[in-house]
Design a protein around this ligand. Sequence first.
Ligand code: ASP
Length: 315
Amino acid sequence: MKTLFVYMGGTMGMIPSKDGLVPSIGVVENCLQKLYDTGDVLGSYEIIAAKPLIDSSAIEPEDWNWIGSQIVDRYDDFDGFVVIHGTDTLAYSACALSFGLVGLGKPVIVTGAMLPLVMEGSDGRKNLREAAFAAAKAPAGVWVQFAGKLMHGARVRKSHSSALDAFFDAEASAPPRHLATSLRWQGYTTFNIPLLTFVPGISGQFLSQCLHDADGIILRCYGAGTMPEVPEFKETIRAARLEGKPVVATSKCADGGVALGRYASGANLLSSGIIDGKSATATAAYVKTLFVLSKGQDDASTLAELARPICGEFG
Ligand code: ASP
């Protein structure tokens, strides 16, 4: 069993400094070496680290491209892959790998820690060890291993900002795999896609301004997909659609997703060309929109791809 660890940074390997926690070279590397030297984890490994290691709040789509390329370039040399990542944007990167690793046939496990390895009570060693096990045993696909749970890469979200059990995944109807006959990395470019949460009092002008400056938008609707009764919304969305900007509806609720036709308040927007994000998380809807737009297809193909599940992001 040979595992490639792709180390991006994050709390796991951080050390205290006068400015707060900062990434540090050597901490994760030492822990990993001990896990293998003591026989706690069997097999062999290599580790490749991002330069520089980063707090994951600094992650950008080009970092997803870097991680994906490392995995694809070295795919034949390893049986499984572990990505060590900060927790703040871990769910975005897990989604990005789930969509972008087209034709993946091996396990890719994303993990991190809520407390640095150098701190008492750290969850880092346990998560690293369990991620190494998962890289050997999990089904093919992109999974998040955290606090004893193996979670779907395209259905996961950070649900707690301080507890060690910080991630949660909603039920999925398909594994986190973008099926294809051969492996390739389908890369990301950067677009301006805001996530807009509806709140009582939001104005039509505000949505219009957001969409004017954006390449598309992810709407975080109330409940099953309703939104404030603002007459201009429908026209604004229709105008954005005519310009080829995707407008995707998701739910603010953690579970259940949207069902746009259920209430009149959401149903009347369907005719404006809004895309039903179904039970996708807002994170998955965002990353998927970037993924699909990055292909530079015509509007009909973009819409068709956004409407169908790619890797179990909705059922
Ligand atoms: N700010 C850190 C990061 O995302 C938090 C963590 O890793 O837990 O890199």
